[in-house]
Ligand binder design. Sequence first.
Ligand code: 8YV
Length: 326
Amino acid sequence: MNRPQILIARAIFPEIIAKLAQHFEVTSNQDDVLWTQPQMIEQLAGKQGVFTTGGERIDAALLAACPALKICANMAVGYNNFDLDAMTAAGVLATNAPDVLTETTADFGFALLMATARRMAESEHFLRAGLWTRWRYDLFAGGDIHGATLGILGMGRIGQGIAKRGAHGFGMKVIYHNRSRLDAATESACQASYVSKEELLKTADHLVLVLPYSAQSHHAIGAAELARMKPGATLVNIARGGIVDDAALATALRDGVIAAAGLDVFEGEPKVHPELLTLPNVVLTPHIASATLPTRLAMANLAADNLIGYLIGNRPLTPLNAVGRS
Ligand code: 8YV
């Protein structure tokens, strides 16, 4: 019997390629070429499965051009690169990679919050530039973390991980807003109180964004929302570019509407809004919240196991839609 053919769309751990090659005819992209949509379609000809990493757009046009395709396995918990409705309509299974990155990503969210509030990047640049000549009482004085009010917008698994770190590790008061309120036991484990978005913006000393990107969450934080925040507040985005209006944020940071921002994700990344690059009060990182090698390997293994589970055994581990395999 012919083995199913799959495509691995980006460079990946060699051991993942070896694992997939035990089951499939594998075409991989270890040169890490960033394929255009037509090139991706060409690469997908005759393939039943594709291993994606979060940046590859899977939409109706691609699906129509790739009739053999049965599954797209994303090595990311976020899946805004998938048009899920189009995939369901085409009978193509979508899977993501949840859970395995939760704690690593929550660690990073907290690290970015601390770096931002305590002005670590800005003060390090100052030191490296040879500008540190003497002590001063207010030199890089920032905002406290301990005892402050931590606001979380989007209280899924990663949001809950950040809430626990704040409440249990730093004695923070945790408030959150989410599409739906958590059950009482989860709220109690996170020591988090549910508030309206309005109250969250108004009350948080530090606001961390951990919500999925969708048409509804596009520019959830824009000029109007930033204006409602405390002037001393910090904003952290580890969710997705596009949730924050980056141009409005740059203006707010420049004008002192809020104190500082920590951003791991950007509108149109890897491009960064040019004004953000010029501002001292923003910490910028290149979408690395899940980037530890053990976690990235676990994410890759989960994506691979979804391909194997579905194409070999008909049992995907973390499906996002319900489709039957013809
Ligand atoms: C990925 C992420 O590395 O899982 C996610 O949703 O944002 C990251 O962990 C990223 O999506 C790769 O494109």
